[in-house]
Design a protein around this ligand. Structure first.
Ligand SMILES: [Zn+2]
Ligand SMILES: [Zn+2]
Length: 234
């Protein structure tokens, strides 16, 4: 993805935690400043990846408050001395539970207070890059997506996966709201938009509109009827 030398944005996906969550190292090739999106764990590997690519981390971005996505974001922010931006404040209750959630999911997590809560229509910068913030509730109420229009790239966390969608059986999950987020907020970004999901391989919105078992156009035209997955990556 976006690896040709003239591209303003480069990205490397680093799966972290036993849940193989796709932490993404994003950087601006003009300034070589970068950010991690969803630093959920394995922070020594994350720091090594930034060093390997010669990227100076200037902030940490968070899509939502689940432990595999942000269990170590607070620790890493403190170590690097950088701010945390995201998610939307409606995920505060998830972030407040990170210490205790660790025991429940067999993962280690640490609560933190973001330096900036995000809302729909906000923008975040990484070096000279500007990302649009899209609030996409449903999997969690405060889930946000980061979209870089110039690169046709979106980081969608656990909203959408190749072939599937996020679980909505957690507290304050909402299946109808998740479908509305996907069809009403992601599809309008354009079918050729490539996305990094929270787990598993990349895909494009057009590919999902053709074949996704939950949100393909043909599935929704039949009235949906399939409830979302109740297990799988959190
Ligand atoms: Zn999640
Ligand atoms: Zn996840």
């Amino acid at each position: 993805m976006n690896t040709s030398p003239d591209r303003p944005l480069k990205a490397a996906i680093i799966p972290v935690t036993p849940l193989q969550q796709n932490c993404t190292l994003l950087w601006c090739t003009k300034t070589m400043k970068g950010a991690f999106v969803d630093a959920g764990g394995d922070i020594d590997r994350l720091k090594a990846a930034a060093a390997q690519h010669g990227v100076a981390i200037e902030k940490l971005l968070v899509t939502h408050g689940h432990i595999d996505h942000c269990g170590f974001t607070g620790v890493l922010a403190q170590e690097l001395g950088v701010p945390i931006e995201g998610p939307h404040e409606d995920d505060r209750f998830w972030i407040e539970q990170l210490d205790s959630a660790g025991a429940k999911y067999g993962l280690e997590g640490h609560s933190f207070e973001p330096d900036r809560w995000l809302k729909d229509g906000d923008q975040v910068t990484v070096g000279a890059l500007v990302f649009d913030v899209v609030h996409c509730p449903g999997h969690t109420p405060g889930h946000v997506v980061f979209h870089h229009p110039e690169s046709n790239l979106a980081l969608v966390g656990d909203v959408l996966f190749q072939g599937s969608i996020g679980r909505t059986d957690f507290p304050r999950g909402n299946h109808a709201q998740l479908l509305e987020s996907i069809t009403g907020k992601l599809w309008p970004l354009g079918g050729d938009t490539a996305f990094v999901p929270g787990h598993g391989p990349m895909s494009t919105f057009a590919h999902e509109r053709r074949g996704n078992a939950f949100v393909a156009d043909a599935v929704l035209a039949r009235g949906g009827g399939i409830h979302g997955p109740t297990s799988g990556p959190g």
